[in-house]
Each structure stands twice: as C-alpha cells, then as structure tokens.
Design a protein around this ligand. Structure first.
Ligand code: KG4
Ligand code: ZN
Length: 352
C-alpha cells in the first residue's frame, strides 16, 4: 500500500492530489488560472507564478481535507520538478519540500510528461512495451517504454509543439486562448475547401514531427486572402489546419507503432483531449489489432496532480527519491534506462 501526496504547478494550473496505490484517487484538486490568462491571450509567466503562490496552500489543504487521510498516513511527497515555467515550478517545488520537511517524508521529483503518460493508469493497468503519443502545449513526442520507469524519446518535434500550433492558429482566427479546444469545436462545422489546402509537414526522420511550417502556411494564407478581399471562413480554415496537422501526427505514430509492435499505445497531454485526434487514433489503430489503445478521460488530459501521483507511486517503488538540494528544472529530461538520477531514501532524510 502506498499513499502519495502529489503537487503540480508547471504552467497555469495549481494542483494537489492524494493517490493510493498508484491508481486510486482519494482527492484531486485543480485550481485553474485560465480565466486570468485568457485576458492576455496566453499564459503570462510572472502572473502565473504569483497566482500559484496565492493558491498553493489552499489547494493542498483542500486536497488533504477531501481525501479523508492525514499527513501521518502519507508515504511520500511527489512533485513536478520540470519541464515547465521556472517561476511556476519553483512554487510547487518549495511547497513539496516544506511539507516533506515538516512531516519527515521522502521527496519524489517527477517529470511532468511522465505524469501525462500515467494519466492512462486511471483507465486500466499499463502494459509494456508501451508507446505513448505525447501531445501538449510544449511537447510532441513518441515515447517508448520498455518497462514502467523507462521513457525513451524515439521521435519529437523539430520545431513547434502541436498544442503551440493550435494556439497560434487560433489567435489568427481570433478564437482566444487556449486555442486547442476552440479549434476542435469550430472545425466540427468546417469542410474541405481546395483554396485552403495546406502543405503536409515534412521531416528527415520518419518519427519526428514539424508544425512550424504548417502554422506559418495558415498565417500567410489568411493574410493573402484578406489582402485579396476574400472572406475567410474560419470553420473551413480550422478544419483544413486540423486535418493536415492530425493526419501527419497520426500517420507517423501508426508507422512507429507498426514497426515497434507495443502491447499498448496511449495518448497523453492536453491535445489528447482533441475529439478528432481521439477519433482518428481509434480508426487507425484497427490496423494494429495486437496493440491496445488507451485514451485518458478528458479531465486527466490537461494538467492535474493525480497524474503526478500515479507516476510518483511508480518512482517511489523504484526508490527514485529526491533531496532538499533539488531545484526546479525547466529542461528536465525523462528518466531513461541509463539514468543515474537515483538516491536512497536515507540520503533524502540525511541531506537536510
Ligand atoms: O498538457 P497541457 O494541459 O499543458 C502543457 O503541458 O502544455 O496542454 C495544453 C495544450 C494547449 O496548447 C491547448 O490548446 C491544447 O493543449 N488543447 C487542445 C485541446 N484541449 C487542450 N488542443 C486541441 N484540441 C483540444 N480539444
Ligand atoms: Zn501538461
């Protein structure tokens, strides 16, 4: 039996959860700053960290209260060490260290993206080898997992993340922030229009992705049409952008899945909430009947602390403890087989 208190504050959600045995959610409190950042058209890092400071204590208190457990029952404090916005990360790191110090609990630093992957453990037990298609505002990656704590990046974006492209295209179409859900909704009313045909993204490595050229193509097409006095139909342009981006993403992923033959494929990250991506993956995975597809429920696609608790449980079992010297790391890499980042629990306690 394990009980993990998990903290997430890497971007614009302040969150705390209590997770028993890796997949039982006793509480999952998320305080979103989205209404504030919408006013600015995107996340303002300085504002984000200030709001985290204001909210973190309330969120932790609330998570503990609703879970029905006390700090004495907790085995470890897991927290997002990176990647993310440095000022935002700092708040969660300091909160985790303070709680760990006060209650004499080991610290378990977690990579944010591994949390997104483990959000799928709330649906069913993960099976290995596993392929994760990670799609978020900062990442677009194919992650190969030979076992539960080995994350090998076999493909990545060479420029923009897919969520970033959604957000920028949404800005051109005046859809506000965050752009992903708005494009998802608008594209449902859109159709193919040959004058909006966009170039298919190309990369040297078949597993890598690229979305910057596509994003620029949408901006330039929009400008050209406006200059010519042609009325742009936002739903059709959103449809064409989404289909081009997702066809490329899914084609490459299916190719990698067919070549590597995982037992399970999972979607992870904010863009995994996209209804068309979920539909396309379900369709195309029929070409690989030996591989199970798991898609996380919508509420676990975007940032939350439950997912950090799920991976924190695995890290705890593997004794991947942190120390009080650890700091927020915006460029943190995922733990891979040859990873040296491991301390014993005794180190953690003696290193105060
Ligand atoms: O994983 P996440 O919550 O934060 C990061 O770690 O980046 O992902 C946020 C991203 C944003 O770019 C947002 O526009 C996108 O996920 N997103 C979506 C949808 N919901 C959120 N993109 C496409 N369709 C959606 N339904
Ligand atoms: Zn995220």
């Amino acid at each position: 039996m394990t009980l993990i208190l998990a903290i997430e504050s890497s971007c614009d959600e302040t969150a705390c959860a209590l997770i028993r045995n890796g997949n039982e959610i006793l509480s999952n409190v998320v305080s979103s700053q989205i209404n504030t950042h919408t006013l600015y058209g995107g996340v303002v890092p300085e504002v984000a960290s200030r709001i985290h400071v204001e909210n973190i204590s309330t969120v932790v208190t609330e998570a503990l209260k609703t879970s029905g457990v006390s700090m004495e029952d907790v085995d470890a404090v897991a927290y997002t060490q990176g990647p993310g916005l440095i000022g935002s990360l700092h708040v969660g790191v300091m909160a985790a260290k303070t709680i760990a110090f006060a209650y004499n609990k080991p610290l378990v630093p977690v990579h944010h993206i591994t949390g997104h992957i483990f959000a799928n453990a709330f649906v069913e037990p993960l099976q290995f080898p596993l392929m994760a298609l990670v799609v978020s505002g900062g990442h677009t990656e194919l992650v190969w997992m030979k076992n539960e704590y080995d994350f090998e990046v076999i493909g990545t974006t060479v420029d923009d993340a897919i969520g970033e492209a959604y957000d920028k295209v949404a800005r051109v179409l005046d859809l506000g922030y965050p752009g992903g859900p708005a494009i998802d909704k608008l594209a449902k009313e859109g159709h193919f229009d040959p004058q909006y045909k966009l170039p298919t993204p190309k990369t040297d490595n078949p597993y890598n992705f690229s979305f910057s050229g596509l994003k620029t193509a949408v901006l330039q097409l929009n400008e050209r049409l406006v200059k010519r006095g042609v009325e742009v139909v936002p739903a059709d342009l959103a449809w064409c952008f989404q289909e081009t981006a997702l066809q490329s993403l899914v084609d490459k992923s299916i190719r990698a899945i067919k070549e590597r033959r995982p037992a399970m494929t999972v979607l992870a990250g904010g863009v995994a909430a996209n209804s068309r991506l979920r539909e396309l993956m379900r369709e195309r995975m029929q070409e690989v009947p030996s591989c199970r597809l798991v898609i996380p429920p919508l509420k676990y696609c975007t940032d939350n602390a439950a997912m950090i608790g799920a991976v924190g449980h695995v890290a705890f079992l593997h004794q991947k403890f942190g120390t009080f010297e650890d700091a927020a790391d915006p460029g943190l890499e995922m733990p891979c087989d040859n990873d040296l980042f491991s301390h014993s629990q005794d180190d953690t306690l003696f290193n105060r």
